[in-house]
Design a protein around this ligand. Structure first.
Ligand SMILES: CN(C)c1ccc(C(=O)NC[C@H]2N[C@H](CO)[C@@H](O)[C@@H]2O)cc1
Length: 472
């Protein structure tokens, strides 16, 4: 396959043909239509944050660019409470069966920086284009069996995925060909080693088993329901041997679902249990192809992106329902200097609110995609990401939404048996300089000016619905 604009446009058309019609806010698939990641008080968590960091892909130490002060700055600037933290297999297992615990200690130190500020951390065993030996990142050289086949440099990095050497390396990993060793067993064992290290770390929420999986010469449902599901089952079993409680996040094949095409990922059983006891979460990425093709969110590109968003949500909710899983959008983002880019980001956040999905923006690396520039000064993106949001909802969430024109954050929930504590919402200074005024049910509890969090009690009745506006 050669990814041409025409071919990609065809993919978009195919994606949009599967649209059954917009999943309206308030449809069965919004907040009360799925499971939630909950805290130790049983509260539903709305996880909001960034990916940290793309720089880990290329740094020899496999670590992000940040220092502890950068975590403090993010917390002060965005009020975020979640981070998708990239780690590299090449650093976890530099030699077959030999693990670098010094690397994991470095990772643990950064996890501590986030945990000390109330963040929950998802560890993402990240790859793009398999690994350095085939001009990508992620896998160690010893696990890259490209059999001498070439990988030519490409003007568009994505095209390296379909170079002969890359496809061969993936085929040997997935067992589509017979590799010299069982690479999937090594991958699962590496995850078991990481999970054993972080199983008792209170800041680590869970593990994202593989970034943007690619099936090599096997694509689509044959890949997702075949080798990918098999690897996930192997890794889930390995992790559960050493870590009973962390959440395990699974991603679909990227090349189609990023754009709103369906996933064929099947239900993945958690040895921990079924239903409410299972802790498998669905973590798709969102990158509408029309935006890549059209360069922004205006005119025709905006129309096509909107149709892609509708299709993407429909497909993500269908897959999450099949998996019995909460949804966390593991990546969304763009060059925010593109026309209409900030309206797009705001739209994605509003869609995530309607889905009851967490979000991790791609990425925190200083530059035109990020909330800060190369001098760590705020970009125009920062105020778009720094918006009011529930953080923890003390019951079964019904809906929540931010309306910027009226400066109103609406939150409603049904108190639930066994759920303790208040509903907590983040109110950024830019909209709520003196805190918030609560109208509706429930009463405003303590205002924590330090974390800019308003606590809402649930009262003793049925559904609680509140609207929070700025205090004059
Ligand atoms: C051809 N294939 C397999 C392909 C094409 C395009 C992407 C992609 O844009 N991914 C979106 C972002 N995600 C990564 C990090 O996970 C970033 O580098 C991409 O911008 C992925 C795969």
């Amino acid at each position: 396959i050669r990814w041409t604009a025409a071919g990609a446009a065809l993919a978009v058309a195919a994606a949009l043909l599967v649209v059954v019609g917009p999943a309206e806010a308030g449809s069965a698939h919004t907040a009360t239509g799925h499971r939630w990641i909950t805290d130790d008080q049983g509260r539903a968590l709305v996880l909001t944050g960034l990916n940290t960091a793309s720089s880990a892909k290329s740094r020899p130490d496999g670590l992000p660019w940040i220092k502890e002060a950068d975590v403090q700055r993010e917390s002060d600037a965005l009020g975020s409470d979640f981070v998708r933290f990239l780690i590299q297999w090449r650093n976890v297992e530099p030699k077959p069966g030999q693990y670098d615990d010094g690397y994991l200690a470095q990772v643990a130190e950064r996890v501590r920086w986030y945990g000390a500020r109330g963040y929950r951390v998802m560890l993402d065993l990240h790859q793009d284009v398999y690994g350095p030996k085939v001009k990508g990142n992620g896998a160690p050289e010893w696990a890259t069996e490209n059999e001498g086949l070439p990988v030519a440099e490409q003007g568009q990095w994505e095209l390296k995925y379909i170079e002969p050497g890359t496809v061969r390396a993936f085929d040997n990993f997935w067992g589509t060909r017979t590799a010299s060793r069982d690479l999937r067993a090594h991958y699962a064992a590496a995850w078991a080693h990481v999970a054993a290290r972080f199983a008792d770390d209170p800041a680590v929420l869970g593990y994202d088993l593989m970034n943007e999986p690619f099936g090599g010469s096997v694509q689509g449902p044959a890949f997702e329901a075949g080798p990918l599901a098999a690897l996930y089952r192997q890794a889930i079993a390995a992790v559960r041997e050493v870590d009973h409680d962390s959440w395990i996040f699974v991603e679909p094949e990227a090349v189609s679902t990023n754009w709103g095409l369906p996933s064929a990922l099947p239900y993945l059983k958690d040895p921990r249990g079924d239903g409410q006891d299972a802790r498998i979460a669905y973590a798709p990425h969102l990158y509408p192809l029309p935006m890549d093709l059209g360069g922004g969110y205006t005119g025709d590109a905006e129309k096509w992106v909107d149709r892609t968003l509708t299709s993407w949500r429909e497909q993500a909710e269908k897959t999450a329902e099949r998996l019995g899983a909460p949804v966390l959008i593991g990546e969304y983002g763009l060059d925010t200097t593109l026309p209409g880019a900030l309206r797009y980001v705001a739209k994605v956040r509003a869609m995530a609110d309607g889905m009851g999905a967490g979000t991790a923006y791609w990425s925190n690396d200083p530059g035109s995609w990020a909330p800060w520039d190369q001098n760590l000064k705020p970009t125009a993106l920062l105020p778009v990401l720094d918006r009011p949001e529930p953080r923890a909802i003390a019951g079964d969430p019904v809906a929540y939404a931010w309306d910027e024109p009226s400066r109103t954050l609406s939150v409603s929930w049904r108190p639930a048996e066994g759920v303790r504590g208040d509903t907590e919402v983040y109110l950024p200074a830019r909209f709520y300089p003196r805190g918030g005024v609560v109208a509706g049910d429930g009463s405003a509890g303590a205002w924590d000016a330090n974390s800019r969090t308003l606590h809402l009690t649930s009262g003793s009745g049925g559904t609680v619905s509140v609207r929070i506006t700025p205090r004059a």
